[in-house]
Design a protein around this ligand. Structure first.
Ligand code: NAP
Length: 307
């Protein structure tokens, strides 16, 4: 089958780290162009913005949008209106309503819209999901603690409205939780810590439940130095489950499980290719909805300035 011609808009950290190697290794895609104000990829046609790229390269089939979420909607709108399939990095937008608008636009133009959640493609996630179908969870504890200075150097957008702060990594945990739990959860209580000089939170405590009364607690913190923690601990009636390293290790009763080997981004692009071939969309806003709920319901606590 002919490779799909794909372009990337918003070239930065995640593109160099993950999108580029995943696209290059996938024979379903041929990277033909980028649209980015300051960054390029060696050997690939480069445009300063998406308008110029779409006008010059009408042969493009699909576009991956990897700029920060606050700047994604307009690029997505232009790409969809030009008839291109669109891959949205996570989170899919700055608001729930704009993602809904994109979903409708994609349907009316009969193109694929994929709101990607890379953590759902970590190798332990589907294995754990299947286990929980047979063994319902009784209690869930999420611990997502990392060092913002290490992972987001010089990224001002994460501290600006719409940048989500600690929910930028925390939404990855929520994308896993909403994928694996058999019941829908909803937020009951939250406390968000905002540095005095910033617009977005640096830490959050969230308490959820579901219609069966399952307790789900999430602890997100961006101030952790030393060892980093991306763990989900689940108790069922007969087992203790531990999803570690953002979904890359799964332990059941202290026994490490064999997991598939495919990486998150190769799996995302395999899924995107399938969606395009079937003219389908995949847009699940559940993780973003929980973050919106946290901003709506959460107690706001002012903490030390972040410098
Ligand atoms: P980044 O490097 O700060 O930004 C990506 C690129 O977007 C920048 O290099 C910049 O390219 C462009 N950009 C920045 N501000 C813009 C603006 N105002 N208007 C238009 N374009 C702008 O960020 P990133 O770490 O790659 O993250 C991008 C997205 O990927 C985020 O949604 C993040 O949550 C997600 N993500 C990141 C990681 C990670 O480890 N970093 C992991 C998974 C997912 P130009 O200056 O060339 O235009």
């Amino acid at each position: 089958m002919k490779a799909l011609k794909i372009a990337i808009a918003g070239v930065g950290k995640i593109v160099y780290d993950q999108h580029l190697p995943a696209i290059v290794a996938n024979p379903d895609f041929e990277l033909v162009a980028t649209a980015s104000r300051n960054h390029t990829i060696d050997g690939i046609a480069a445009f300063r913005n998406i308008e110029e790229m779409l006008a010059a390269r009408t042969d493009i089939d699909a576009v991956s949008l990897c700029m920060p979420p606050q700047y994604r909607y307009e690029a997505a709108r232009l790409a969809i209106r030009a008839g291109k399939s669109v891959f949205l990095e996570k989170p899919p937008g700055a608001t729930l309503s704009e993602v809904e608008s994109l979903r409708e636009l994609a349907a009316s133009h009969a193109v694929t819209l994929f709101a990607s959640w890379h953590s759902r493609h970590a190798p332990g996630v589907q294995v754990l999901k299947n286990y929980l179908l047979e063994h319902p969870p009784r209690q869930v504890k999420v611990i997502w603690r990392e060092d913002v200075r290490h992972w987001h150097p010089d990224q001002e957008w994460i501290w600006q409205p719409g940048g989500l702060g600690v929910f930028d990594p925390g939404i990855n945990a929520l994308s896993i939780v909403t994928e694996i739990l058999p019941e829908q959860i909803f937020l009951q209580q939250a406390a968000l810590e905002f540095p005095a000089n910033r617009q977005t939170p640096i830490a959050a405590q969230l308490s959820f439940t579901d219609s069966a009364g399952t307790k789900v607690h999430a602890d997100f913190d961006w101030r952790q130095t030393g060892e980093q923690t991306w763990d989900i601990l689940i108790d069922t009636d007969d087992a203790h489950l531990h999803l570690k390293k953002g979904g890359h290790e799964l332990w059941i009763n202290q026994s490490r499980q064999e997991l598939p080997e495919e990486g998150e981004y190769p799996s995302l692009y395999r899924h995107f290719s399938g969606l395009i071939r079937h003219r389908a969309c995949d847009v699940d806003v559940a993780p973003l909805r929980h973050v919106a709920d946290a901003f709506m319901l959460g107690q706001h606590i002012v903490t030390d300035p972040f410098v």
